[in-house]
Design a protein around this ligand. Sequence first.
Ligand code: NOJ
Length: 776
Amino acid sequence: MKIVTKYGSKHIISTIILGFLFVLPKISFSQNLGTTHTLDIKTSEIIEKKVDSVLLLMTLKEKIGQLVLYNGSWDVTGPPSDVGNKEKYQKLKNGEVGAMLNATSVAGTKELQRTVIENSRLKIPLLFGYDVIHGFKTIFPIPLGESASWDLEAIKLSSSIAAKEATASGINWAFGPMVDISRDARWGRIMEGSGEDPFLGSKIAVARIKGFQGDDLSSNHTLAACAKHFAAYGFAEGGRDYNTVSIGAYELHNTVLPPFKAAVEAGVASMMSAFNEIDGIPATAHKELLRDVLKNDWNWNGFIVSDWASIAEMIFHGYVGDKVQAAERAIIAGNDMDMEGRAYEAGLEQLVKAGRVDEKLIDDAAKRILRIKFRLGLFEDPYRYCNEEREKKEIYTKEHLEASRDVARKSIVLLKNDTNVLPLKKDVKHIAVIGSLGADKDSPIGSWRGMATPNSAVSLLEGIKLAVDKTVKVSYAKGVALGMGDRSFVRELKVNRDDFTGIKEAVALAKSAEIVLLTLGEEAFQSGEGRSQVSIELTKPQQRLFDAVYAANKNIVVILMNGRPLAISDIAEKVPSILETWHLGSESGNAIADVLFGDYNPSGKLPVSFPRNVGQVPLYYNVKNTGRPSNPDGMVFWSHYTDEKNEALFPFGHGLSYTTFKYKDLQISAPSFSTGGNIIVSVTVENTGKLKGKEVVQLYLRDLIGSLTRPVKELKGFELIELTAGESKVVTFTINEEIIKYYTANKKWEAESGDFTVFVGGSSQTSLQTDFSFKK
Ligand code: NOJ
């Protein structure tokens, strides 16, 4: 379809902005994402003036239009094919829609933008939102996997490449990052976050936002980010998606909110409210959280979008009787935009006219959205992301795939390597790849895969073949099928889970091979939205396959591919080597081969605890001590399970290398400090093995006595270092008042005087420790 772009920036601005704005100098809407999250004062003042000027021209209906977000997955480049689409086009023409989601491609977004620009009275450009979660077309590891890299530069790079590809395809708003802390492996969306820890989660949130938004939101290669889901979505009861959340103020403020606060400080453009209720109030209309905490206490001027239809879903929550009432509650609470809920368009106008909603609230919501549109530079050029040449050149490039491979190998965690089976020698004679995931070109792309082409990942089998010499025999046996690898939103088992016939062939192959690479885990769509499970063990056929193959050949490396922590105690007890490879993205097979053959020395650390049994969840390292933490007299009256240990199978922060690291000389610059001061903790890390390697040096604190009980350990610092064999490095951390602050009994974020223990090491189970105290 030929699209003629008639309206350039000057035309639109002259149509809608009051005359005095023309005398303003042309500015670039640069955004400083360093220590401060605000635009420079002059720039933001100019934007505010422009926003106010536009608002002055708008009718109530047009303002409400800005608060409406429509889904656009229909054939946008052709004529509207049904009544629904005709209606949508009409609303676009009327200026009754402010943003679209799921409309991709330059042709598609241009068509929609043109509909608005050429027909609506005020020609206010649309935002185009999309779930850019771990890549757009070039796919990076699932967010949980990528978090295992603890490499903030790598994470930022992956988001910036995703932004580059998405903006080349017409998108200017990413529904990411998801910053929900989760400690429940049953929850399917645990794959989409950065794990269980608020400190690590905050750092990763900032890295992703900086990757998406860059230093300049008006650049053609950056887009507006959206931190989601505000709040506590990862604390759904029983790990069941969308389920009720009951959470106290302590956990809410100390665990759930910190990554959102960090997102605000990083200048995040938008946030998405969550589907769940919190203690009786749907998050969508949670005034205390949305308006009081986020907008007022944190002084944030971005906009809040609801989740899909979550405003209208308050009817099902039993919180409101109809869409009008839903709209009333949501707008009063501070929810600015309605995603496909059709509640704002149904209710807001009449609510304002009836005096039930103050028009100032509509103004505030519209202004927040217009502000981001100005910062993106859309008023200057609404077609700035609609460049066909760019779309052809800048998506799925060699450079992006290379970056994806690098981030993928950094995300792999070596869980176990007892007899140093790994790294493999490249002159091995016969390698057997067993398990359906081994040849699977789709599952490594994972859930929330953007515009990825199905079956486009490099499989493990392909990666191995590419890595070794032609003389090495590489064979494959499927063993058993998993049958969940379907993108369809209907959860339907596609295979007979009682079919064990393939095991025979797998066993024969295992017997003949020198080394077995056994892939176990989950297909792409076993995790993700709506994919909660009561079981986190391997499926019965997979367990049978493991038993049979292990009996046939003990020289075995288990390669896990999964979107959630799995309970694999039995396997962990038996096999010497286990690699956690998550769903690694487009270059999965190559990245795994890099690690298997030692071309990359694994450096990943778990961002989430791996339970021994599903009965342990929620499981996390930063627990409270309880009043009965141990059993000095061997009696049962202490906090434990009688049939399983309390501890994780693989703890948070755990991950091995092909070399070894020794921690020694933990020192502290002074035994105490007070307000305004600090102390320096230093530790010497030595590479005691034979290979160069990377290590994530982790610092944890314990606040011994608080006005509220404190966790036994909390991550408060980490540094990724690289050491050659035999090399030592002194790593230092600064401890100041800011680091020891928490949400106290005073309902304030503050530090309390007292004694602390500091732990430093290569996992949350480190034992190297010393003490200090703090006085206010
Ligand atoms: C629902 C999901 O919860 C949210 O994360 C996503 O951004 C929207 N759907 C839009 O796809």
